[in-house]
Design a protein around this ligand. Structure first.
Ligand code: HEM
Length: 486
C-alpha cells in the first residue's frame, strides 16, 4: 500500500514537472509572439488551500453589515479589475467589463450555463426555469412569457394599484412608522399570488408566504436532511406548498374553482400537444420559481427607491410634479391605467436609476462548459464566471458621476450590455415588465399621495443576505399631501 502510494506520488510529481515545463514553454512562446497576437493572461488572485480557498473571507463579508459585495471590492483593490478566487471548492472569476458580459450573455447555454447548487435545485424543483437544460428551457420560457408581456399585465396594474392605495392609506391614517422592505415584501407577494393563481384569502396567503420564505432560505443552505436545519425546513415547506398547489389544480380541473389568471392560462392548454403545454410538475415548479424570483427582488428595489428619493429631494420633487400632473387629469379616486404609466417618462428614469444603483442581483453566475478565453484571460472548463453587474453599473467611464442618483442620465441611450439590471440574452428576467410596472405604481402612489420621513438613517446592510437590503428595512412615516405639507 505504502509503495503504491509513493509510486503514485512520484507519478504525480513527474506529471506536475512535465505540466509546469509545458506550461512554461507555452507561456514563453506566447510572450515571444509579435504585437499582432493577443497574449493569454493568467487571472490574478488567491485560490488558497483546496476546497476552502477564500470561503471563510466570503462568509465573513456575507455575515457582516457591509454585505457580500465587500469581498469582491476588497479583491479588486488588491488584484485589479480581473481576479479569481476559490469559494466552496469552486474557482470563481468576477467579470468586470461590458465586453466580458457580452461574451457570456451571447454564449449562454453554448459556452456557459447557469451554475446552480444542489440545494437550489431541490428548493425550486428540477423543472424550474432556473434548472432545466436548454431544450426544455426554450419551451417553458416561451409558454410562461405571454402572461408577463406588457399587454397582458394591464389587469395586474389595476389590481396592484387598488391593493397598494388602500394599504398606504391605512398606514397614513394610523400615523405609525413602518418598514418599507417588509411592507413591499408583503404587497409584492400578495399581488403575485393574485395574478398567478387568484389567491386573496388572508390566512392562506400567510401560510403560503411562510412556506415560500422557508424554501427561499433553503436555496443556499447545506443540503442535508437534519431536523432544525434551513434545508430540512425548506424541504418540509416545499412539500406542504406543493400539496396546496396540487389541490388547487385538481379543484380547477374538476370544475370546482375557476379564475382568469396565470395558472388557468396554463391549465387551458391541457389538450394541446406536448410541446405546446407544461406538465403538472413544470407548472408547479415554475409557479414557485416565479414567486421566489419576483418577490424579494422587487421589494428590495422598492425599498432602495424610497431611500434614494429621500436622499435626493430634487429628484423627489420633480417626480412628484410629474405624478401630480398625471393625477390631475384623472377622475378623483380612479385607478392607474397602462396609458398613465406610459406617460410617466421621468418616473421610468427614476426606476431605471434605482435599479442601476441598487444592484438587487449583484452578479450573474455562470459555469464555463469548456476552456475559453475572455478578453485575453484564460478561463478553464468548470470555472464559475460571474458577470459583475454591480461593477459595470458603478463604472464612472460608463456612468459619469456614477455614485450620484441622477435619473436624467437616462435621457441618453445606454450602450448595449452596459445597463443590465435584468440580465440579457436567453435568460433575461422573465418578470422585467412586471417588476417595472410594480415599481412605477408604487412610486406613483407614494409621491402623488404622500410625503415621508425616514425614521432610521442607518446604512448597515442586512447580514447573510444575498440581495443587498438595509438592515433597518427603511422605516418611514407617511404624511398625506392633502394635509397641506408640501
Ligand atoms: C426589480 C426586480 C427584479 C430584478 C432586478 C430581477 C433581475 C433578474 C435578473 C438579473 C435575472 C437574470 C439572472 C441571470 O442572468 O443569471 C432574472 C431572471 C429571472 N427573473 Fe427576475 N428580476 C426582478 C423581478 C422579477 C419578477 C417580478 C419575476 C416574476 C414574477 C422575475 C422572474 C425571473 C425569472 C423566472 C428569471 C429566470 C429567467 C430564465 O432563467 O430564463 N423576476 N431576474
Amino acid at each position: 500500500m505504502y509503495i503504491s502510494i509513493s509510486e503514485d506520488f512520484q507519478h504525480v510529481i513527474l506529471a506536475c514537472v512535465l505540466a509546469m515545463a509545458i506550461g512554461m514553454a507555452i507561456f514563453l512562446s506566447l510572450l515571444g509572439k509579435g504585437e499582432g497576437t493577443r497574449r493569454k493572461e493568467c487571472i490574478p488572485g488567491k485560490l488558497g488551500i483546496p476546497f476552502l480557498g477564500e470561503t471563510f473571507s466570503f462568509l465573513g463579508a456575507t455575515n457582516s453589515t457591509k454585505g457580500c459585495y465587500d469581498f469582491v471590492k476588497q479583491r479588486r483593490q488588491r488584484y485589479g479589475q480581473w481576479f479569481k478566487t476559490r469559494i466552496f471548492g469552486k474557482i470563481h472569476v468576477f467579470l468586470p467589463s461590458v465586453e466580458a458580459a457580452k461574451t457570456v450573455f451571447t454564449n449562454d447555454f453554448v459556452l456557459f450555463n447557469k451554475g446552480y447548487v444542489k440545494s437550489m435545485g431541490d428548493a425550486v424543483g428540477k423543472k424550474s426555469l432556473l434548472c432545466v437544460p436548454q431544450e426544455t428551457h426554450g419551451r417553458i420560457r416561451r409558454l410562461l412569457s405571454d402572461p408577463f408581456s406588457m399587454n397582458s399585465l394591464s389587469k395586474f396594474v389595476q389590481k396592484f394599484d387598488c391593493m397598494l392605495s388602500g394599504r398606504l392609506e391605512k398606514l397614513e391614517n394610523s400615523g405609525k412608522s413602518f418598514r418599507v422592505l417588509q411592507f413591499s415584501m408583503k404587497v409584492a407577494f400578495d399581488a403575485m399570488c393574485d395574478m398567478l393563481m387568484s389567491v386573496t384569502d388572508g390566512s392562506l396567503l400567510e401560510q403560503l408566504e411562510k412556506d415560500v420564505t422557508a424554501i427561499s432560505d433553503a436555496m443556499l443552505s447545506f443540503p442535508v436532511m437534519i431536523p432544525g436545519t434551513r434545508y430540512y425546513q425548506g424541504m418540509k415547506a416545499r412539500k406542504r406548498l406543493m400539496k396546496n398547489l396540487k389541490a388547487m389544480i385538481t379543484r380547477r380541473r374538476n370544475g370546482k374553482e375557476s379564475s382568469e389568471d396565470f395558472l388557468q392560462s396554463m391549465l387551458d392548454r391541457d389538450s394541446y400537444q406536448s410541446n405546446e403545454k407544461l406538465d403538472d410538475e413544470e407548472i408547479l415548479d415554475n409557479l414557485l420559481t416565479l414567486i421566489v424570483a419576483g418577490q424579494s427582488t422587487t421589494a428590495s428595489a422598492i425599498m432602495w427607491c424610497v431611500k434614494f428619493l429621500d436622499e435626493n429631494k430634487e429628484v423627489q420633487n420633480r417626480l412628484r410634479e410629474e405624478q401630480l400632473s398625471i393625477m390631475r387629469n384623472k377622475p378623483k379616486g380612479a385607478l392607474l391605467t397602462h396609458e398613465d404609466l406610459k406617460n410617466m417618462s421621468y418616473s421610468s428614469k427614476v426606476v431605471k436609476e434605482t435599479l442601476r444603483m441598487s444592484n438587487v442581483l449583484l452578479w450573474y453566475p455562470r459555469v464555463a462548459l469548456g476552456d475559453c478565453t475572455i478578453e485575453g484571460f484564460e478561463i478553464k472548463k468548470g470555472w464559475h464566471v460571474n458577470i459583475d453587474a454591480t461593477h459595470i453599473h458603478y463604472n464612472p467611464a460608463i456612468f459619469k458621476d456614477s455614485l450620484s442618483f441622477n435619473p436624467s442620465r437616462f435621457d441618453e441611450m445606454q450602450k448595449p450590455y452596459s445597463y443590465i439590471p435584468f440580465g440579457s440574452g436567453p435568460r433575461t428576467c422573465l418578470g422585467i415588465n412586471m417588476a417595472k410596472l410594480t415599481m412605477l405604481v408604487f412610486i406613483s402612489r407614494l409621491t402623488s399621495g404622500y410625503t415621508w420621513a425616514v425614521d432610521d438613517q442607518d446604512l448597515s446592510l442586512e447580514k447573510k443576505a444575498h440581495i443587498p437590503r438595509l438592515r433597518s428595512g427603511c422605516p418611514i412615516t407617511l404624511k398625506s399631501l392633502n394635509s397641506g405639507n408640501i
